[in-house]
Ligand binder design. Structure first.
Ligand code: HEC
Length: 155
C-alpha cells in the first residue's frame, strides 16, 4: 500500500463519522411529536337540580301586604295633604271611594316600593298618572302611601 493511500484511508475514516452525522441529522428533524391524548369525557350524567323555592311569611299568608303595616298618624295626616294637593280625589274620590274616573283605593294593597314605582312611572297609564319628584318628593310619596294604607285598613 502506498503511503498516500494510507493517509487517504485514515482521512476517510476520520471524516466518515462527521459525514454520516451530517447526513443523518436532516432526516431526524421533521419528526412530528405523537399527538397527546386529552381524556375527554364523552358521557357524564348530571343530576338535574330542582330550583329552590323560597317561601316567605308574606307570600304564605292570604292577608294583604298592607294589613300589617303600622301607621304613623302624623305621616298619614301629611299624606292626606299630598292627596288633596295633587287632586288624587278628583278621580279616586275625596276619601278614596272611587269615581267614574278612577277606581276605589279602599282595596289598595300594593307594597310601598311598587306604589312609589307606580306613581313615578305612571305604570300602564303613562304620563297621565306620573308624579315626578318636583310634585311629590320621596318623603311625600311615603306619606301618601301611609295615607292610602290607612284608607284600606279602615275600610
Ligand atoms: C286623572 C285621574 C286620576 C288622578 C288625578 C289620579 N289617578 Fe290614580 N288612577 C287613575 C286611573 C284611571 C287608574 C287605573 C285604575 C283604575 O282606576 O281603573 C289609577 C290607578 C291608581 C292606583 C292603582 C290602584 C291599584 O290597585 O292598582 C293607585 C294606587 C292610584 N291610582 C293612586 C293615585 C294617587 C295617589 C293619586 C294622586 C297622587 C292619583 N292616583 C291620581 C286615575 C287617576
Amino acid at each position: 500500500m502506498k503511503r498516500s493511500s494510507i493517509i487517504g484511508l485514515v482521512a476517510l475514516l476520520c471524516v466518515a463519522p462527521i459525514l454520516t452525522a451530517c447526513s443523518s441529522s436532516p432526516a431526524a428533524t421533521p419528526t412530528v411529536p405523537p399527538p397527546t391524548r386529552t381524556p375527554f369525557p364523552t358521557f357524564a350524567y348530571i343530576k338535574p337540580t330542582t330550583e329552590g323555592v323560597f317561601e316567605t311569611d308574606a307570600a304564605d299568608s292570604d292577608a294583604a301586604p298592607t294589613a300589617s303595616i303600622e301607621l304613623d298618624e302624623k305621616l298619614v295626616g301629611r299624606g292626606r295633604g299630598r292627596y288633596e294637593a295633587l287632586e288624587c280625589g278628583s278621580c279616586h274620590g275625596e276619601n278614596g271611594e272611587g269615581t267614574s274616573q278612577g277606581k276605589s283605593l279602599l282595596q289598595f294593597d300594593l307594597p310601598e316600593e311598587d306604589f312609589i314605582t307606580f306613581v313615578r312611572s305612571g305604570g300602564e297609564l303613562g304620563t297621565s298618572h306620573q308624579y315626578s319628584t318636583d310634585r311629590l318628593s320621596n318623603s311625600g310619596s311615603r306619606n301618601l302611601y301611609q295615607y292610602l294604607v290607612s284608607l284600606a285598613q279602615s275600610s
